[in-house]
Ligand binder design. Structure first.
Ligand code: ATP
Ligand code: MG
Length: 199
């Protein structure tokens, strides 16, 4: 065997031992809280990707979309026929365009009621609270209410929260936090949001 091959083999053996050890250490089994935040693209896409994963194994999934503005959504179109998926969309109120605080708060409360129901249902394996961070940021929803519901949820249930500017208490509670970092976004160079790619 050449020197190079030997060195490569040794390095790989070392890496494998390290990875095996870490895998052996990670044995706790329970539902998790994941937060996908940051200014870069990919938060909602990653959430729907995980929804697809869970549905792929036959689990029940609930998604609540907290912003009405982004109606169209290819993943929802593709998956909504699955009887194991339940999607609740904020029916009226908050979009980037509205400025009616009262209507927004009411709409948010209705969407939250759906979320709270899902968070109390042990039959639901994964709950996605898409763009809920803005509800907290604008004060339409109270962090204490959200924290209580998350803490009281069934032990086997995983929750994904998406949106920019995640509340620090959510970050503190989460098992996994991923911050999508914007390096560049075509939108800033004038590229229009593209069907099937951006929504
Ligand atoms: P996506 O839905 O593509 O995963 P996201 O959930 O990370 O994006 P949001 O802040 O929810 O990002 O943005 C909603 C819409 O704006 C989507 O159409 C998304 O593609 C687009 N978008 C995401 N990031 C940016 C950005 N940095 N600048 C401009 N537009 C963005
Ligand atoms: Mg999003």
């Amino acid at each position: 065997m050449s020197d190079r091959q030997t060195r490569h083999r040794q390095a790989m053996q070392k890496l494998k031992a390290h990875v095996d050890e870490r895998v052996a250490d990670a044995t706790e089994q329970r539902g998790q809280l994941l937060v996908f935040t940051g200014n870069g693209k990919g938060k909602t896409t990653a959430a729907w990707g995980t929804v697809t994963r869970a549905l792929g194994y036959g689990y029940r999934v609930g998604v609540v979309q907290f912003i009405k503005g982004q109606w169209a959504c290819g993943e929802r179109e593709r998956l909504e026929a699955d009887p194991r998926l339940e999607v609740a969309i904020m029916a009226t109120g908050f979009t980037w365009e509205t400025q009616n605080r009262e209507a927004d708060t009411r709409a948010c409360g209705e969407a939250w009621a759906e979320a709270a129901r899902m968070l109390a249902d042990p039959g639901i394996y994964l709950v996605v609270l898409d763009e809920i961070t803005y509800m907290l940021k604008f004060g339409y929803l109270d962090i204490a209410t959200v924290r209580q519901a998350l803490e009281a949820r069934p032990a086997e249930q995983t929750v994904i929260v998406t949106g920019r500017n995640a509340h620090r208490e959510l970050l503190a509670m989460a098992d996994t936090v991923t911050e999508m970092q914007e390096v560049r976004h075509g939108f800033n160079a004038g590229l229009e949001a593209r069907r099937g790619i951006d929504y």
